[in-house]
Design a protein around this ligand. Structure first.
Ligand code: PMP
Length: 429
């Protein structure tokens, strides 16, 4: 199957190049290939499967819904109403009553585009501020605000009026500063650019950021940076969009990562894990004062996948019933403990970081700081041969990324850590 795919499918296919797997079926935290080999899936459909593969309740709910109504455009339906209620219910109470939802199916990129467009309409401004190393999607507008340079290759110019600023990545400060003496100069730089009447940038329609850069290498932003960013955008009345496509819906141990940063954004983008089953769903949740679109101003055919709504409702009920957020925090602590042991194997493990069950192990040369992309690739392969699926990330693909199902058990997390230990040892040999 892999060979047939290579022959017939777009050369742009990515996952099977590094993870040569043809999948027959999956259940819970496990995938099974065509030969019956079983793999622990710590990629979980690119962070899409909070309850693992084919979780029984969401699956049954989707099946029932398919018999009743599949496609609902943006008409009201009972299941959409319940989904809306529970999705808004993920927001802190203070935000809930003044938040509107817009369904922007079906992908994360669609929803980021909608957020940008909404803020442009609401403010009447055109420019956008975003950050180096971020990822917001593969469509042209989302690519334009994506700060991972490799993604831009061969596309020509970006959408005009996009301004990139350094992200608060303290482990490798883009400004070459040290956290204990920097006075969060990255935030200062942005503050000065936004407020400087001569030589600054035009007042933007929005600032868009990931609170933990996922594709960029699992980099949680410095909390002080985020607080100052929120303060200056509030002061200047610039909508702050947090792209929680990857961090949202429980991945970081709270419903949304912004809660752990103690801020309230103006727009939250959610997708990936929203249906809980891997059915496409994407929304923006935004402050009602931004609700300026006239009817028809932003449409789309696939905004009413009722099976995704039914699965999402069932998923959120399982979250509450089974204490899934608490499991995220416990497994996260367990994995951080165990992954710290990798440092004993080699000084080339330069950082272990993340939030909740979004974890990255950065491999770099301890002397030069040069990313160890080859080593990372070898670890990924060795892990696969030992039965663990993980992804790589970061500008140079030198960060091992763990995105397990949020329901993974202590035993599964332990096995994953054991395999990574063995895979790293093998890759170093
Ligand atoms: N934003 C972030 C933070 C993401 O991680 C992704 C996907 N990796 C996207 C946007 C784009 O989502 P999609 O692939 O569904 O368009």
């Amino acid at each position: 199957l892999l060979a047939r795919q290579e022959l017939r499918e777009s050369n742009a296919r990515t996952y099977p190049r590094h993870l040569p797997l043809a999948i027959r079926r999956a259940q819970g935290s496990f995938l099974e290939d065509l030969d019956g080999n079983v793999f622990l899936d710590f990629l979980s459909g690119a962070g899409v499967l909070p309850l693992g593969h084919n979780p029984p309740e969401p699956l049954a709910a989707a099946h029932r819904q398919l018999d009743e109504l599949v496609h609902g455009l943006d008409f009201p339906t009972p299941v959409k109403d319940e989904f809306t209620e529970l999705t808004l219910g993920m927001l802190p109470e203070r935000m809930r009553t003044r938040t509107k939802i817009h369904f922007c199916g079906p992908t994360g990129a669609n929803a980021v585009e909608a957020a940008l467009k909404l803020c442009k309409t609401a403010t009447g401004r055109t420019d956008v501020v975003t950050f180096q190393g971020g990822f917001h999607g593969s469509s042209l507008a989302t690519l334009s605000v994506t700060g991972l340079v490799a993604q831009q290759a061969g596309v020509g110019g970006r959408m005009p009026g996009v301004h990139f600023f350094p992200y608060a990545h303290c482990h490798r400060c883009p400004l070459g500063l040290r956290r204990d003496t920097c006075a969060v100069n990255c935030a200062g730089l942005l503050e000065r650019s936004l407020t400087d009447p001569n030589g600054g940038i035009p007042l933007p329609a929005a600032v868009v950021l990931e609170l933990v850069q996922g594709e960029g290498g699992v980099i949680p932003a410095d909390p002080e940076f985020v607080r100052r960013l929120r303060a200056v955008t509030r002061e200047l009345d610039i909508p702050l969009i947090v792209d929680e496509v990857q961090t949202g819906c429980g991945r970081t141990g709270s419903w949304f990562a912004f809660e752990q940063y103690g801020i309230e954004p103006d727009v939250v983008v959610a997708s990936k894990a929203l249906s809980g089953l891997g059915l496409p769903a994407a929304v923006i949740l935004y402050d009602e004062r931004l609700d300026v679109w006239q009817p028809g101003a932003h449409s789309g055919t696939f905004r009413g996948n009722q099976a995704a709504f039914a699965a999402g409702v069932a998923t959120l009920k399982v979250f509450r019933r089974d204490g899934v957020l608490a499991n995220v925090r416990e497994r996260s602590a367990q994995l951080f403990d165990r992954l710290a042991e990798l440092r004993a194997l080699t000084p080339r493990v330069s950082d272990v970081r993340g939030l909740g069950l979004m974890i990255g192990v950065e491999l770099a040369d301890p002397g030069t700081g040069r990313p160890e992309s080859e080593l990372a690739r070898r670890v990924q392969r060795a892990a696969l041969h030992r039965g663990l699926v993980i992804e790589l990330g970061g500008r140079d693909d030198a960060v091992l990324r763990l995105l397990p199902p949020l329901t993974c058990t202590a035993a599964e997390a332990g096995i994953a850590a054991d395999i990574l230990h063995a895979a790293l040892s093998e890759a170093l040999a």
